[in-house]
Design a protein around this ligand. Sequence first.
Ligand SMILES: [Zn+2]
Length: 305
Amino acid sequence: MENEIQNKAQIDEIQTGSQTEIQPETHPEVKTHKCLNCGTEFERNFCPECGQSADSGRFTMRFIFENLVAAFTSKDGGIWFTLKNLFTRPGAMVVDMLNGKRRSYFSPFPMLFFVLTVYILLFTLTGSRGEIKELEREYLETEETIDLNLDEKTQKSLARANEIQKLFGQGVRLYNNHYTAVTMLTIPLFLFATRAWYGKSNRKRYYRAEYLVAIAYSMVIVVLYRCLTSLVFLFSDDVEDTMLNFIPLVTIAAFTACFRRMLGFSIAKTAWRSLLALGLYYIILGTLLLTICIGLYFFLIAGRQ
Ligand SMILES: [Zn+2]
């Protein structure tokens, strides 16, 4: 009878939802929590339904600070731990992820967003000097082609080719200045290129999303390299120029490192296929860019004359 009364009291508590803790009759020392996130009642430190911690109190500065520090330093999905693995055992990490060992690592796309944000911050601080340099170079290039002793028709077509070339140069500049957006928008293109070259059996073996995991981690490496070049630019723009030339090579190395184990290829074979995939990516991207430039030229510039 006493039990019944207590149970009724508990039901009342659940229904009104006003109380967050209930004392069970048998073990008065064990506290039952009501999960503040999903409402499930449980006895241990974490909610068995949604995983939220039992001591989710009010927000404090200390909590925010500890949370931020944990995002970087935690061995359980922290950024540093993930980066360390990305540079010491990238292929094994991707395979771990695909096999379900996920909590240990920072997820690939949030990771990519994070490093792209860092890149944007660095680019905002250092990028303006790059634009000035680019404008100077363009000015010098256009001066070279002015005094040519040719007939009118050739001169006209040369001028037209020059216009398109200039537009393409602007397209490339646009690409560099909007690298972050282009990277995110062309991920489907990377997916297409890698699936095209990494073998038919792998295409059958892995989902598209599983390719995307390896692609995202590869791009993290490439973006970090770009961050490094942006930093180096503060000290020397010549070294930065040299470093930028290595981006295709870094990209191939990153794809090789992240994909090799997953594909089950040798290093040489993965590198070769990555080269072909990147080539295909640049060909498609270049064609797109050139088409847009020529289209813009004929519709905007030639249309006005
Ligand atoms: Zn819960």
